[in-house]
Write a protein that binds this ligand. Structure first.
Ligand SMILES: [Zn+2]
Length: 416
């Protein structure tokens, strides 16, 4: 049986209070406290990098983020923030505003893609750091701490309250459970959501949608010689993969497919009872995502029919089950949104351009709810995300990442 899942294309609407089109505040970089906070980030860069390394040496596999979460809680508290941990495991540190301003969340995810036994020690060679998760998203967690520390050191006063959130469940299997929970049970009504995820100085202002599936072909299996003549789940899987690999997708809007994991088989001379795969489909466009999704399902159906038809006299048949592993909605908010214009203006104030692009991050969820949301890179230069050879180079301007986050948060919350 094939269960259908459609990506939802939700209309993007903006809240009335701090709507798009409202003028941006005067250049806050002329504010003395903001200038001092930016300078603090630069001069205290070694502290930020130390945070990044030490937090990363605490394992945080999917669904096992507790130890790293407890340490983030301790560090936020050491910076004088009031910290709670919500029922799903998000660490929420509050920096109260003076009142009347919007509520801004600056978030980074705790979880990695690496299993528990992975060696997470970080090697340092000058500004180059190597270790699983060092960029994605230990950099983001370090940026949160750096921004909170600098705002306190420079006594930045904002009108709106800022919540620093170290959230669970961003990576694949987590299926955004941390941010979904945050928006289902928010500490306060959230006006702006910023995720710090990834490295470089890029801005994500649109959400790549994704559909992920686990496809399981099943049959009774049997001896490769004695039971020969029955359809094979692994052969059916092979047919499906061959068809998926021939799917044609547009270059723009970027649309992709990938069979990322295959599984099955017990021995060389056994017709396997199982042939399974995990498939990831993505697009910037909800329509194209729906199209590639339909092609994928046709490929699975056809593979099943062909494998069973190959052995017409067999009494047993192969069956297939397609289970959803996660749906992330696509969204393309208008670039007139205040949060997008603020991120670009803050980048210009720091001397670089951030044109914006689409990606798949925690910001997908609030974007799909119509809440203004972006993802900011954390600075530096990353390589090999999601691999054990991942590295992060802080270079000579890594501090630009936390400076950018600080400026965007301050501009949105309103500086007194
Ligand atoms: Zn990430």
């Amino acid at each position: 049986m094939i269960r259908l899942h459609l990506a939802l294309a939700l209309a993007v609407v903006t809240g009335p209070a701090f709507a798009q089109g409202a003028p941006l505040p005067a250049d806050v970089t002329t504010n003395a406290a903001i200038r001092a906070a930016l300078e603090h980030i630069r001069s205290d860069n070694a502290w930020t990098v130390d945070q990044q390394v030490s937090i990363c040496e605490i394992p945080a596999p999917p669904f096992k983020e507790e130890r790293r979460a407890a340490e983030m809680k301790r560090r936020f508290e050491a910076l004088g923030l009031r910290v709670t941990v919500d029922s799903i495991g998000n660490v929420i540190a509050e920096r109260p505003g003076s009142g009347g301003g919007p509520v801004v969340v600056l978030a980074a995810h705790l979880d990695t893609v690496f299993p528990e036994e992975t060696d997470v020690r970080v090697r340092r060679q000058g500004t180059l750091l190597s270790g699983p998760g060092i960029g994605d998203d230990c950099r983001g967690l370090a940026v949160l701490l750096a921004v909170a520390k600098a705002m306190n050191a420079a006594s930045v006063r904002t009108q709106g309250t800022i919540f620093f959130v170290a959230n669970v469940g961003e990576e694949g299997p987590g299926n955004l459970r941390g941010v979904k929970h945050l928006f289902a049970k928010p500490p306060a009504r959230i006006d702006y959501f910023i995720s710090v995820d990834g490295t470089g100085l890029g801005l994500t202002d649109a959400a790549v949608g994704s559909n992920r599936y686990r496809v399981s072909f099943r049959g009774p299996g049997g001896h490769s010689y004695g039971a020969f003549g029955m359809p094979s789940p692994i052969h059916a899987l092979g047919r499906a993969i061959a068809k998926i690999s021939e799917i044609q997708v547009p270059r723009t809007p970027k649309t992709t497919f990938n069979v990322g994991i295959i599984e099955g088989g017990t021995s060389v001379n056994t017709i396997s009872p199982l042939g399974a795969m995990e498939v990831d489909l993505r697009s910037e466009s909800p329509e194209e995502l729906a199209k590639v999704d339909a092609q994928f399902r046709r490929a699975v159906d056809a593979a099943l029919a062909e494998e069973n038809a190959r052995w017409p006299s067999s009494r047993v048949k192969v069956t297939v089950d397609v289970e959803s592993m996660g749906v992330r909605p696509a969204a393309a908010p208008p670039d007139t949104q205040r949060i997008i214009r603020t991120a670009k203006a803050a980048a210009r104030a720091l001397g670089f351009d951030a044109p914006g692009g689409a990606s798949s991050t925690d910001a997908n969820w609030p974007m799909s709810l119509g809440i203004q949301a972006i993802t900011l890179d954390g600075g530096g230069e990353g390589r090999g995300a999601h691999s054990v050879t991942e590295s992060y180079d802080d270079g000579d301007k890594g501090w630009l990442g936390p400076q950018w986050s600080l400026l965007v948060v301050s501009m949105l919350a309103g500086v007194r």
